[in-house]
Design a protein around this ligand. Structure first.
Ligand SMILES: N[C@@H](CCC(=O)N[C@@H](CS)C(=O)NCC(=O)O)C(=O)O
Length: 210
């Protein structure tokens, strides 16, 4: 009955680790290396041929990849923990919108910024890929900040799993002071998550800003 999370410090597995911790579901973490010169951990390749984290192995053996799918799945498993609005809740639409936006727009822009060489066949083009990714990220964070408005959380006054996902991506920005100047609401949202008593140690271990 144990959920097994394949994780690596400082990566997108942190949101799944956080939701697992809040869920109270029995779980354990398997720490794997992803970017070693010798290639990803063979244990990871066995469950995800792309060599990426997070991966969640369900108690009945099913393998899940994709951070947003895992987050949505886990949060729905424990409705009593109030990590996600149930489908009949009008806030469900906003919850799904931001979850998909973070996973399909912001996260890939971060990846292009951190690993630009993967997104061009021209070694001289990596810098331009990175610059374009930074501009795109700024536009995407502006959309997110506008959606947040003056609320403490993306769904209003109550924290949900999508805030944890957002806080992870905000935390990956190296220039936190610059982010605070331009998007103070996003930094405040990230700080609400990083100061949560259950999430703080997870944030700390994953080298995310506190
Ligand atoms: N779409 C995937 C992306 C996962 C991903 O890119 N994970 C990164 C860490 S943040 C990784 O494992 N990178 C290693 C690699 O791509 O070789 C998700 O949302 O889970």
């Amino acid at each position: 009955m144990t959920y097994i999370l394949y994780a690596s410090e400082g990566t997108g597995s942190v949101v799944c680790e956080a939701v697992l911790a809040l869920s109270g579901l029995p779980h354990r973490r398997v720490d794997v290396t992803i970017l070693a010169p010798t290639g990803p951990d063979p244990e990871l390749i066995q469950v995800n041929p792309l060599g990426q984290v997070p991966v969640l192995k369900l108690p009945h053996g099913e393998i899940m990849t994709e951070s947003a799918a895992i987050t949505l799945y886990l949060a729905d498993l424990v409705p009593e923990k109030d990590l996600a609005p149930v489908p009949s809740n009008p806030l469900r639409a906003r919850y799904l919108r931001w979850m998909a936006f973070l996973a399909s727009a912001v996260y890939p822009s971060s990846l292009r910024k951190f690993y630009p060489e993967r997104y061009t066949a021209d070694p001289a083009g990596a810098e331009a890929v990175k610059d374009a990714a930074i501009s795109r990220l700024t536009r995407e964070f502006a959309v997110l900040a506008a959606g947040l408005g003056t609320s403490p959380y993306l769904l209003g006054t109550k924290m949900s799993a999508v805030d944890i996902y957002a806080a992870m991506l905000i935390g990956w920005e190296e220039n936190q002071e610059g982010m605070r100047d331009v998007f103070p609401g996003l930094i405040q949202l990230a700080q609400r998550i990083s100061s949560h008593p259950v999430l703080r140690p997870i944030w700390q271990r994953n080298a995310l800003p506190l």
